[in-house]
Design a protein around this ligand. Sequence first.
Ligand code: MN
Length: 260
Amino acid sequence: MSTYIIGDLHGYHQQYGVLLQQAGLCDEDLNWIGGTNHLWLIGDFFDRGQSGIQCVDMTIRLQQQAALAGGQVQSILGNHELMILCAYRFRDESTSDGTPIVDQWLHWGGMEGDLLAFTERHAAWIESLPAMALVNNALLQHADAMLYINYGTSIKQVNAAFQALMSGRDLRKWETALTEFGEHMAFCGLTMTGKQRAQQVLKLYGGNVLIHGHTPIPHARRIDPVSVDSAWTYAGGACINVDGGIYMGSPGFVYELPEA
Ligand SMILES: [Mn+2]
């Protein structure tokens, strides 16, 4: 049994299908042939590209097929899932500075077609996603940001706090969380500072390596997206970025997580 991780899809379902076939997890009709293998998505299915809903629908279908085969498909919550859910739940309301929620979401890269196709089923699926998970002694979280510490000091607490936030209707709390998710590259910057932050997070939540998406590797490394076809290990080996930057033109990749 192997565990695979796919990074931020941002509405590129065709590239998602290509990656699943390349990894031997799906056939050409995009049915699960991955047997008992495990697949994790790191979040950010929506926005920028046109087909966020298709990315999620494919994932839900694969979850059902994989479960029948004794495998698993799971996902971490990304900030763009929180954004579209916010646009769906609060579509007639405005941000604290008076911007209509839907306008704000469009500004963040929202695609109108996704919101039109969004149903209560998609909302329930997003609300069930964990913000963090420990898999093979690797800590999986969507963002290279420090916000998780504001939600709890254990993975269980953080996941419960995000689930409470998403089932609640306090728009100001959603705004706070989305603002906090705006942080990127908390584990980069000055090498020692970034590495120390990553080690702090790992010490708190467990795991010997922190795996995240959220910041496209071509952006973080200032390299050509077309050349990005593998994960980026940095901060002295403490962090692995799995966001290839598919929406920027990277072919993307599937990261195989070593066994613990
Ligand atoms: Mn993100």
